[in-house]
Structure formats: structure tokens, C-alpha cells
Design a protein around this ligand. Structure first.
Ligand SMILES: [Zn+2]
Length: 235
């Protein structure tokens, strides 16, 4: 199961930003990373990212779709956020796009129909529906392709959700969930998935009334176990 992930644009792309100058790629990237972390937990999933993962360059659309076609991807997911006029307004909502013309459209449309309702729930924004548009990444890809517009960057109401990292994470996970459901992906055995490097756990051993005693205990733990131990003063 080869899945292409595409965060639209790059940090330098002119015009693709909120009226306050927050870049579209940053929102797209946060959603992509959440989808990627979730999809990684599933068996037989291979992921290929076709944008520049640092955002420094805006990879041309031709190169993005060329990579996807060359790799013989099974599905193409393009993450975007909308803008209407570029100045704050009262419009808003989320939408999922597909396009007729590459023979894979019925699959893309079924997938889009799974994505859209969970996208609405994840972002808590207006439902603008599943739509069709003649866009390069939808037209020039030889596999089912969907493009997600996760809210308007120049909407006074949507921007709250866009600035909320938990919402963007939920958006990415919602999109991943739709892919998981549509392609009936199976989760990897749990032993392989418990290694979660984004969380750490601190060992707390005790409270001492004198610094000397605390330092001596820390030394003992260091020597006996090779642990990293430090003494922190509390007030
Ligand atoms: Zn875009």
C-alpha cells in the first residue's frame, strides 16, 4: 500500500498565507505529519512525501505528480488550506476535492466521501462538501487522488481552528482514518507500536531535607545503574 503525502506549496510561496502572514505550508505540514504518524502504525504501508519536508522550497507540481506516478503509488493525499480574498472575512468551511479524468475517480470519490464528514468533525467547521476541480495533482496523477482544504486561512472563524495544533492533528488523523477504513488497513502488532518517541517519562525517587544527602543518593544511583540522575532544588 503506497501512500503519497503532499503538503501544498512551500514557506516562500507568495500569497499562500493568512492576512497575518502565517504560511499555508505550515498548516499543511502539521496535518501531513499527524496523518503520517498514524499511517505508520499500519501494516504494509509505505509512505512517500513529495513536498519539501523543511518547506524551504516549493517543489513544482509536475515533479510531485511525476514522483507519485513513477513510484506507482496507490493513493495521493494533498493537504491544503483555503483563502478567499486574503483579507479577513466571514466565509469558512472545509472541502475535499477529486477530479474526473484519470480513470481512478470512483475510488477517489469514495475515499473523499469518507474523508469529508470526519474532516468536518475534526475541525468543527462548516461542511462545504465533496467537490470536483480540475487541479494539477488530481488530473496528472495515475492513482486515486484527493485534495483536502482544511479551512479558510482568511476566515475570522476558521482561523481559530487552524491556529489550534490539536485541531490540525485531529484533521490529519481523520484523513488517515478514512484511508485506513477505505483500504481496510491492519494495525501492526502492538509491540511495534508502543515505541513512541514523542513521550518521555521522568523517574522521581524521593525528597531529601539536606542537599548533601540528595547528592550522595544521586551519586549512588549513577554508580550502581549508570543512570542520568540530577538533583533539583524545590522551594
Ligand atoms: Zn493550497
Amino acid at each position: 500500500m503506497k501512500i503519497v503525502l503532499d503538503a501544498g506549496h512551500g514557506l516562500q510561496t507568495a500569497g499562500k498565507q493568512t492576512p497575518d502572514g502565517e504560511k499555508e505550508w505550515t498548516f499543511n505540514n502539521t496535518v501531513l505529519l499527524a496523518a503520517q504518524s498514524k499511517l505508520k502504525l499500519y501494516e504494509k504501508v509505505e509512505l512517500l512525501r513529495v513536498d519539501n519536508s523543511t518547506g524551504r522550497t516549493d517543489i513544482p507540481l509536475k515533479i510531485r505528480t511525476h514522483h507519485a506516478n513513477n513510484w506507482k503509488a496507490d493513493v495521493y493525499l494533498s493537504f491544503h488550506h483555503n483563502a478567499n480574498t486574503g483579507v479577513w472575512g466571514d466565509w469558512g468551511g472545509v472541502e475535499t476535492y477529486t477530479f474526473d479524468g484519470n480513470g481512478s475517480n470512483s475510488k477517489a470519490e469514495q475515499l473523499a466521501k469518507l474523508i469529508q464528514p470526519s474532516l468536518v468533525r475534526a475541525m468543527g467547521l462548516r461542511d462545504r462538501g465533496v467537490r470536483k476541480k480540475n487541479l494539477h495533482v488530481l488530473r496528472e496523477t495515475k492513482m486515486p487522488a484527493v485534495l483536502i482544504e482544511g479551512g479558510f486561512m482568511d476566515s475570522r472563524s476558521d482561523i481559530e481552528a487552524l491556529r489550534n495544533r490539536l485541531r490540525l492533528k485531529a484533521q490529519g488523523e481523520a484523513i488517515a482514518d478514512a484511508v485506513i477504513e477505505y483500504y481496510r488497513l491492519k494495525k501492526k502488532p502492538s509491540s511495534a507500536t508502543t515505541l513512541n518517541t514523542s513521550r518521555t517519562f521522568r523517574l522521581v525517587t524521593g525528597v531529601f531535607l539536606s542537599k548533601e544527602e540528595a547528592v550522595a543518593s544521586a551519586d549512588r544511583l549513577r554508580k550502581e545503574h549508570g543512570w542520568t540522575v540530577y538533583v533539583k532544588e524545590e522551594f
